[in-house]
Design a protein around this ligand. Sequence first.
Ligand SMILES: [Ca+2]
Length: 122
Amino acid sequence: MASPFVVGVDELVGKRLEPESRYAIHDLDGDGVVSDEELRREERMMRMENADQMADQQRKMCWVSLIAVIISVFVVMTPLVNVEKLPLLTPFLTTFCVSNMGIIGAFMATSVWKRNGNSDGK
Ligand SMILES: [Ca+2]
């Protein structure tokens, strides 16, 4: 039987998370309190994970661009492409290659920029 002095203590002591709350995972040290520092740490981890996923995505995009350019150049050189259609394909292929090389160049430039920015502590 609960003591009459304990009834209502939880309401007076402070706020708690509801059972099965999605914020309960942020209690990293398991003391039952989700502190501001724990929330900040979780936010930082989420930002780092998102940045990592974005970097992976950009890296994949860069590889796809590079492979697409290589394959398209090789396909044009094979007998698959009719020589009579080559003048029609040349402007398209030129634009395609230049734009894909732009993607690759932008990726490399931003990679160097980020690395240099991080090494200076900026
Ligand atoms: Ca805690």
